[in-house]
Design a protein around this ligand. Structure first.
Ligand SMILES: Cc1ncc(COP(=O)(O)O)c(C=O)c1O
Length: 439
């Protein structure tokens, strides 16, 4: 994320933060919710969609009655919504309880085709859910594990190292689209190119990135992309997206009578139908965050395509309405600009405090600050802030390899992460609370 001062002020003014916050009933409790990277609050529309599904009556799939049909429609709607969010095909969207569970599911299935002498590449930047499932599967298959390293000063994951790491026997490269600890957004497209050049698959953990930036799986070169709805204002469930043709080549363990079709065969047991209705509502919420946002290059604005000379953000008379995918891309571009400007305020404030050590300064990053206060345990910092109505996370946030490399285990650090419903007062309350300890 990069926003100069002038751009930043404009981004802060252009995003309707009052309207965004008003959609979240939980924010009325007065806390500064800076724990969004561990899970966001949900807007009323999501709560209502979940309640409406139950109120209307839902049944299990495949029945002869209307309530069963409603569940089928909810699942189809949620696949289409997640597909729009990440730029996938709806038939390639698999649901599961968590990104961790989905990674284990795919690691187990893919690794059956691996043989001794093959290798895989994981990264030291990743959340452990995109590391351990692969290492454990590799161990069972007798496959070598190679590590992509983080530059511990900058927090970057240099893409060039993959030229040496990926070889003709590499079967899979697992990499994050953004670090949930220090926010680094690596050059996934470059990493995927190295993987594809050697015939390897690229499994991208999009859990932390998805709430902060416009996502396009194809542009990333992601063969698999995971995202968890509870990080983007939805309920506690996750999705994995892949090309249906790729999923057709993969066979997970499954029950005999359950569907063999893609994507159903990857889903174990009964899906959480009402929560899936909530996931669709969350995607619609994101799509509507910046109704007057400028279009992303090559895209359209809500209200219609932007021909040469048209005013970005204004509906074009006679133009067809923008698709949800287009509205999401425009909204998320506005979210990225807004969060970036707010993050500059947060980072600037922390940098003024002598006893604060900040980890990571990648060129492109999510608005996620990871820091310690000299002489104060991360947990004690979090407790001090909690007593002042500021919610932050402490620990390693399962960025276990990174925290080990940084010498931060076992206590980790304090994480203050912004999402689109945070405002300047949240940031200022955090800074005031940390300043109590750090002066
Ligand atoms: C980057 C990243 N990957 C994976 C996960 C795990 O997600 P889930 O809880 O859906 O398994 C998280 C959760 O914090 C995360 O931040």
């Amino acid at each position: 994320m990069t926003a100069g001062n002038g751009d930043g002020a404009l981004a802060l003014r252009s995003f309707d933060i009052t309207a965004a916050r008003a959609r979240y009933p939980a924010l009325a409790d007065g806390y500064a919710y800076l724990d969004g990277a561990a899970g966001t609050q949900v807007p009323a529309s999501v709560i209502e969609a979940i309640a409406a599904a139950y109120r209307a009556g839902i049944g299990n799939l495949g029945g002869a009655f209307a309530a069963s049909g409603r569940s089928g429609a909810i699942v189809a709607g949620a696949r289409a919504a997640v597909a729009d969010l990440v730029g996938a095909a709806a038939d390639g969207v698999v649901f599961g309880p968590s990104a961790t569970a989905l990674a284990y599911r795919i690691a187990d299935a893919l690794s059956r085709a691996w043989t001794a002498g093959d290798d895989i590449v994981v990264s030291r930047l990743d959340h452990d859910s995109n590391v351990r499932p692969w290492i454990q599967a590799a161990g069972r298959a007798g496959v070598t594990v190679k590590w992509a390293e983080v530059d511990l000063v900058t927090g970057e994951l240099p893409a060039e190292q993959y030229a040496d790491l990926v070889g003709p026997r590499t079967r899979l490269v697992a990499v994050t689209a953004a670090s949930n600890a220090i926010g680094t957004i690596p050059d996934v497209a470059a990493v995927a190119q190295f993987a594809h050049a050697m015939g390897a698959l690229c499994y991208v953990d999009g859990v932390h990135a998805t709430p902060h930036v416009p996502v396009d799986m194809a542009a990333l070169g992601a063969d698999f992309y995971t995202t968890s709805a509870y990080k983007w204002s939805g309920p506690h469930l996750a999705a994995l997206a892949a090309a249906p043709e790729l999923l057709e080549t993969v066979w997970p363990d499954k029950l005999a009578p359950s569907s063999n079709a893609v994507p159903w065969r990857f889903e174990r047991g009964t899906l959480p139908f009402a929560d899936l209705a909530g996931a669709t509502a969350a995607v619609d919420h994101l799509a509507g965050l910046a109704p007057h946002a400028a279009p992303v290059p090559g895209g359209t604005v809500p209200g219609g395509t932007v021909p040469g000379g048209a005013v970005p953000g204004r509906p074009v008379p006679g133009a067809p309405p923008a698709s949800r995918r287009e509205r999401i891309r425009a909204s998320m571009a506005a979210v990225e600009a807004y969060e970036s400007a707010l993050f500059a305020r947060l980072l600037g404030g922390l940098a003024e405090l002598d006893r604060v050590t900040l980890y990571g300064k990648a060129a492109r990053r999510t608005p996620t600050a990871f820091f310690n206060v000299a002489g104060v345990a991360p947990r004690a910092v979090a407790e001090h802030l909690a007593a002042r109505g500021v919610n932050v996370w402490d620990g390693d946030n399962y960025a276990y390899e990174l925290c080990t490399a940084l010498g931060l285990e076992p206590g980790g650090a304090v994480r203050a992460g912004l999402v689109h419903y945070n405002d300047a007062s949240d940031v200022d309350r955090l800074l005031a609370g940390v300043a109590d300890l750090a002066r």
